[in-house]
Design a protein. Sequence first.
Length: 251
Amino acid sequence: MGFKSPLPKSLREEADKATKILKEFTLPSASQGPDRFIPETLFHRAKGLAILSVLKAGFLFTARVGSGVVIARLSGGGWSAPSAVSLLGIGGGLEAGLEITDFVLVLTTDAAVEAFSKGGNLTFGGNFTLAAGPLGRNLEGDVTFRRPSSAYAYSKTRGLFAGVSLEGAVLIERKQANRQFYGRDVRARELLSAEFPAPKEARGLYEILEDHTLQATNAFNEKEERKLNKPLSTNSGSFTRLKNLSARIRE
């Protein structure tokens, strides 16, 4: 996977790191097939993403520190300017070890994006909950996916622990990093709206986002097309459902 520092860096460096992390969750490789990545159906529903790298170190107690970016999908289908964030957490337990975990959090509701844009501290498991992200192509058969969550977490770990949990960790807006990058005081709410153009310094991140957004949209359209092409049932309920589906697509 390559080393990606979890320690806070400039927003330009955080955007480069986010590009590398997102590639690992959206581009199948020889070692991992498409069933180990963020499903296109879920990505199509994404209202935003939080992309982080987190270090967990433990001896008698554990500490977590991390950094990354948050980015939102705009109403026109594009993606917002990124906002820099950091993560801090302390836990108990007799654990000893060191590991780094890369996370992609898929935000599926406007309320989830709003939680990341308020500018205050966001506590995972406190005022914000996460569900484990479903894997595979048949999401309708995934119990987790049938119980919708406002955010799904995907992670890849290197180290001695069984895996980093974000439970109890606090996500903090990095106002100074945003100010240094954008040249003035700017809040996350402004960045995650259409008020700022996509910075050219994050071109690589937008290329990955746009490519996977297109793939996800095509996969969704093909799925809906297959539904429309199913033979009509004489059952009136089935006909009504098909009519409603056609109306939604026309909208």
